[in-house]
Design a protein around this ligand. Structure first.
Ligand code: SIN
Length: 320
């Protein structure tokens, strides 16, 4: 039988397959290229870049929790100038994956300056606006929990770049659809969701938080049902906007769940720490899943979830 077609259209981007790696879990690419050919991937999202280098938050800043992980890295990164000089050349040399640079800032003007600075650089296929980092005193999630703040930021960045714009949504909101609508209305061509859920872990022996900043962002399989619910909700409300699903994907079956809920592509994050080969294993698993079911294309999965026509008993905020 012919191999299934894994290519995916993500708004203005054509991906060779839907497997992407999530920002902050994949360095800038070369770290994993030592382990396998990252040209196999559909997309790579860099660690969030800021205008100036950031040392990040004090340690401890990672803690393993049941089926998950708390982090409070604090957007540690090399800053935009060092990124262009020392990290971008590797990414520019890749042949397969779309290269997405994640942008973060403390103010609208910082995000805009970053987008302007990187707009003319070769080797970048798009930006992912991080409006959902829960670990910074200023900026980050501040923009992503308020539809007006989201719209103001996205509009300003969209005007500063010709590159495709992905906006990464926070789950730490009561109405994710309102934020998604605001981002799409302001110029986001693609939405990715979800970033981490704010959490806290305690050491009962020392009566202290496990993370130096007290709270951190929870990721991993523990958050997958929340992420699936939000992807499904946003897809139902805004079926025309392409979505990238994120949240605890460890296997091809997990990835299929996201695609059935409406994601055209997905990002593998925390799994990279457990099994660095996870993205390529998921790619192979997805091929097998489609072949076994005689599905000719991965596109057939997108939004295929069979739900009862009458959604009795589902809270309005969820049912939309
Ligand atoms: C961090 O650097 O603290 C995590 C980034 C994020 O959650 O967006």
């Amino acid at each position: 039988m012919k191999q299934p077609d894994l290519s995916i259209r993500l708004g203005p981007l054509n991906l060779q397959n839907p497997v992407m790696t999530a920002s902050g879990t994949f360095g800038y690419g070369p770290e994993y290229h030592r382990l396998y050919d990252v040209n196999l991937l559909g997309g790579i999202v860099t660690k969030s870049i800021t205008l100036k280098p950031r040392p990040g938050n004090p340690a401890p800043r990672i803690y393993e929790t049941p089926s998950g992980m708390l982090n409070s890295i604090g957007l540690q990164n090399v800053g935009v100038e060092a990124f262009v000089k020392t990290k971008l050349p590797f990414l520019r040399g890749l042949r397969g994956p779309k290269v997405i640079v994640s942008l973060a800032g403390e103010s609208v003007s910082e995000y805009v300056a970053l987008a302007r600075r990187l707009d003319g650089e070769k080797g970048i296929d798009g930006f992912e606006l991080n409006i959902s980092c829960p670990n910074c005193e200023q900026g980050g999630m501040e923009f992503g929990v308020d539809p007006r703040g989201t719209a103001r930021l996205v509009k300003a960045v969209a005007a500063a770049t010709r590159r495709p714009l992905i906006v990464k949504l926070s789950p730490n909101v009561t109405d994710v659809v309102a934020i998604a609508r605001a981002a799409a209305g302001a110029g986001a061509q693609i939405l990715s969701l979800i970033n981490t859920l704010v959490g806290l872990a305690v050491d009962p022996a020392r009566w202290k938080p496990r993370i130096a900043t007290v709270t951190g962002g929870l990721s991993g399989p523990a958050i997958r049902p929340v992420a699936l619910r939000m992807v499904w909700q946003v897809h139902r409300a805004l079926p025309k906007i392409p979505l990238i699903g994120i949240g605890g994907i460890l296997t091809a079956a997990d990835a299929v769940e996201f695609m059935l809920c409406g994601a055209s592509a997905f990002q593998v994050g925390t799994a990279n720490y457990v099994n660095p080969q996870a993205p390529v294993e998921i790619l192979q698993g997805l091929r097998t899943y489609l072949t076994e079911r005689k599905l000719v294309s991965a596109k057939k999965l997108v939004g295929g979830l069979k739900v009862p026509r009458v959604l009795r008993g589902i809270p309005k905020v969820v049912a939309g």
